[in-house]
Design a binder for this molecule. Structure first.
Ligand SMILES: N[C@@H](CCC(=O)N[C@@H](CS)C(=O)NCC(=O)O)C(=O)O
Length: 202
């Protein structure tokens, strides 16, 4: 979702390709040749083939600087932007994967432990968003697209992530971005009823 929304936000021309897996969840040899991790997403940009959501977002921010997917290089906001991309990728996302697919981790109690970890991370993000519209600075960045994706994954928690007020406001605000709207329409993703009500652009 996040790289797709970023492509739409920057106004790039792009094509989506569905990645098929076999019944054991294995990716095809052709896909593994593009991305040895077998994970989605992968971006092909001319000769460049690159995986990992955060790497793709950083690349798109560099390729389309006027779209301002990232704060200016060398500023404190840029450093905070790195923090959020790396924090969301390395702390929150793995916890959510354990919540959604606990059977892969082969131990009992994985889901409960991971759900507690994810809830703590969301509480921290919610506190950071208090009084702010976006994760970094005064305008949206690719970090907001990544958070939006993970908040939607967080609907699987006993207390869905978007039930936290500041996260919910941020989710509504991010859902209103033109590129996010386009991504949602192209992926056929429906948002919950509440997102259309009370959208705050402050
Ligand atoms: N750190 C990777 C994680 C990607 C990831 O977990 N992708 C999921 C889809 S959202 C996937 O490929 N799951 C298939 C699997 O785990 O086998 C990234 O941010 O790109």
């Amino acid at each position: 979702m996040a790289p797709h929304a970023a492509l739409a936000e920057v106004g790039a021309e792009y094509q989506l390709a569905r990645v098929e897996r076999d019944s054991q969840g294995r990716s095809s040899e052709a896909y593994l040749a593009l991305n040895p991790t077998g994970l989605v997403p992968t971006l092909e940009d001319g000769e460049l083939v690159i995986g990992e959501t955060a790497a793709i977002l950083l690349h798109l921010a560099d390729r389309f600087p006027s779209a301002r997917l990232a704060p200016a290089v060398g500023t404190p906001e840029r450093a905070e932007f790195y923090f959020w991309l790396i924090d969301l990728t390395s702390n929150l996302q793995p916890a959510l994967m354990r919540v959604i697919y606990p059977e892969r981790y082969g131990q009992t109690g994985v889901r409960e432990a991971a759900a507690a970890q994810a809830a703590a991370q969301f509480a921290r993000v919610d506190a950071h968003l208090r009084g702010r519209s976006w994760l970094v600075g005064d305008s949206s960045s690719a970090a907001d697209l990544l958070l939006f994706t993970l908040v939607r994954f967080g609907r699987h928690l006993d207390q869905p992530a978007w039930e936290r007020q500041c996260i919910r406001d941020h989710f509504q605000r991010t859902a209103s971005l033109a590129g996010v709207q386009r991504m949602l329409a192209e992926q056929g993703i429906k948002l919950p009823e509440w997102w259309t009500t009370g959208v705050s652009q402050s």
